[in-house]
Design a protein around this ligand. Structure first.
Ligand code: SF4
Length: 345
């Protein structure tokens, strides 16, 4: 689906640009912002494009302004209830604002925020959430339709003020309602969409639900940014989002790992090996494939087809690069040998 381009700090989203990965900061802010800046850098290294912060009070708005000035990654201020906090964040230089139409209140408050964003040339995301719809829509039987209508109420205000830099999200904890709401919205409008299943759950159920919902929308050409909303770390949200984009055929940067699940034939502990090289692989942005195999049944075949492969063979491991054997050695030296080949590659 064609969507308009929108600039968020140094990032552009919309048609023709890669789908951006977002996560959300998970702990309260303090005046000591250096640890936050360090973590933002680490998140950026593993693939985060945008980080959103909840801003519950005016003091946090000041802290977030300081973070925004020094962050290497665009910062979004997430505002509920008090529009004055949004005004303070905009004035302080955040790169984008997210408001929820269900709880920001009267339309004049939204108008104030829109005018301030217009003055500072920053975008706004209208984040519709199935669990906090405006009172007039809460009892509707069709949740998807109600979510679209909630977005349209806000859209009228934005269009009246000729504000075009708006991103929408229509999220629910229910997969079907989320997908249907986004399908309906994207058929009618060309504003960029931020996708996600809200409150998707702990690591495994959360990734499964998000993958099912996001994959179907991404393959239909819907979505400009995504978040995998997990009861888990920000880093895992980002890594899960990267895998969803890669598996949906979109994000070409990063390692595609083919690895053996292990069975009784395994002579090489692929699980421990993968854990040992995990952090090195997460920082790679190149489009490469790596095979990590446990034995000589399928190992050499898979390892040969990958850019870089390793397979167990008795007490030894064999490393392949572009189909050719480049080194052999004792399994206890596997990590050291493989990292050396990876760095050369
Ligand atoms: S590669 Fe070997 S050890 Fe791994 S699952 Fe296949 S047969 Fe089993």
């Amino acid at each position: 689906m064609e969507t308009k381009s929108i600039k968020i700090g140094n990032l552009i989203i919309g048609s023709g640009f890669p789908v951006a990965i977002q996560t959300m900061w998970k702990s309260p802010l303090t005046e000591d912002i250096q640890p936050v800046l360090n973590e933002l850098k680490e998140l950026s290294e593993v693939g985060a494009d945008i980080v959103r912060f909840a801003v519950p009070d005016i003091q946090d708005a000041s802290i977030l302004s300081n973070i925004s000035k020094k962050s290497i990654i665009p910062i979004v201020a997430d505002i509920h209830f008090d529009y004055k906090i949004a005004l303070k964040c905009i004035e302080g230089g955040v790169h984008k604002i997210r408001i929820n139409p269900g709880n920001i209140g009267s339309s004049w408050k939204v108008e104030e925020v829109v005018r301030a964003a217009l003055d500072m040339s920053i975008p706004i995301r209208v984040g519709v959430n199935g669990g906090s719809l405006p009172a007039s829509l809460r009892d509707r039987a069709d949740l998807s339709q109600a979510m679209v209508e909630a977005a349209e109420i806000e859209l009228n205000i934005f269009e009246k003020l000729n504000f075009k830099d708006v991103v929408f999200s229509l999220k629910s904890s229910d997969i079907d309602s989320t997908v249907m709401a986004n399908q309906m919205f994207s058929k009618k409008y060309s504003y960029p969409l931020h996708l996600g299943v809200t409150e998707a759950g702990p690591l495994i159920p959360g990734i499964v639900k998000s993958s099912i919902a996001l994959n179907s929308m991404i393959r239909a050409g819907i979505g400009d940014t995504i978040r995998v909303s997990l009861s888990d770390s920000m880093k895992n949200e980002v890594l899960a989002a990267r895998e969803i984009l890669k598996s949906s055929g979109l994000k070409s940067q990063g390692v595609n790992i083919i690895s053996c699940p292990r069975c009784g034939r395994a002579s090489f502990n692929t699980h421990d090996f993968l854990l040992s090289i995990e952090s090195s692989l997460q920082k790679i942005k190149k489009n490469i494939s790596i095979a990590v195999m446990g034995c000589i049944v399928n190992g050499p075949g898979e390892a040969r087809h990958a850019d870089l492969g390793i397979t167990g063979s008795g007490d030894n491991v064999v490393i392949f690069k572009k189909g050719k054997v480049v080194s052999k050695g004792d399994s206890s030296k596997a990590v050291e040998m493989f990292i050396r080949e990876l760095e050369e590659f």
